[in-house]
Design a protein around this ligand. Structure first.
Ligand SMILES: [Mg+2]
Length: 269
């Protein structure tokens, strides 16, 4: 096990379905989050959420670490003097949005973008309404859409790739992104930007869009839902490549971080 004195670790985490349950509750992890902050271990959200949504979460959780938004579409942080910075890592929303319509026409299947949903549909699909729904709908570098049937996924993937784009699945929505945009590539960009190429990463996720993040982590944890881990993440768990948290959502998140983070003895006394 690494010596915590000589080796710096980041906790890099998905939010929806991983740190938060499907009602956006992360309270079972609050004590572990506080302990990490006290010990100076950065907790870096890496999520499909928008920057405005993550900023609200950071304020609630009293986090001040950098963050990765829109499935790796951009990285954000603050300078030592408190000035906010952001760096886009792929095509912008206005370039991506017409491509979703084109894919829909090529497939002859309706693909409904998140920003086109009515308030009632948004509330049913995301459990968000009013300002919170608007903050989820206003995108800068990704186009979330209602997941089509799995049967068309191979054709959708191929048509998106032909346009230099990619489609990833989160736990509620699909997301249209630039081909090189992923949570894993964004983590690499963030390490470079902060001058910490050798920092170790404990990463946590629950869905296929987290695979690029889990694949580049030094310790990768799959957080299950109430019905167990996502089927597309199970192979990595069974092979031992990914650890499995022993409870769902925030409870499992806290359990896994306390059990697995190197240096835990000095952090969680
Ligand atoms: Mg998730």
């Amino acid at each position: 096990m690494s010596d915590p004195q000589s080796c710096r670790w980041w906790v890099v985490t998905d939010l929806d379905g991983t740190l938060m349950d499907h009602h956006y509750d992360w309270s079972p992890a609050a004590a572990v989050l506080r302990a990490l902050q006290r010990a100076g271990v950065p907790v870096i959200p890496c999520t499909s959420k928008t920057a405005v949504e993550v900023e609200r979460f950071r304020a609630d959780a009293q986090l001040s670490d950098p963050y990765i938004v829109e499935n790796g579409g951009a990285i954000h942080g603050e300078t030592a003097t408190g000035e906010a910075w952001e760096e886009a890592l792929g095509p912008c929303w206005s370039a991506l949005k017409p491509c979703l319509q084109e894919l829909s026409e090529q497939l002859a299947v309706p693909l409904r973008a998140l920003d086109e949903l009515t308030d009632a549909e948004g509330e049913r699909l995301l459990g968000l309404s009013g300002t919170l729904l608007k903050q989820a709908q206003r995108r800068h570098c990704s186009v979330p859409f209602v997941p089509p049937s799995m049967a068309i996924q191979p054709r959708l993937d191929a048509l998106a790739a032909a346009q230099g784009l990619a489609v990833v699945r989160g736990n509620r929505m699909c997301h249209l992104l630039g081909a090189n945009v992923s949570k894993g590539n964004a983590l690499t960009a963030l390490k470079q930007r902060l001058g910490e190429p050798d920092v170790k990463v404990l990463a946590l996720g629950d869905s296929p869009n987290d695979l690029p993040l889990l694949d580049v982590a030094d310790l990768a944890v799959v957080v299950p839902g109430a019905d167990g881990p996502h089927p597309q993440l199970s192979a990595g768990v069974q092979s031992g490549r990914f650890a499995l948290a022993r409870a769902a959502h925030a409870e499992g998140w806290a359990e896994a971080v306390e059990r697995l983070l190197p240096g835990k003895g000095t952090i969680f006394q």
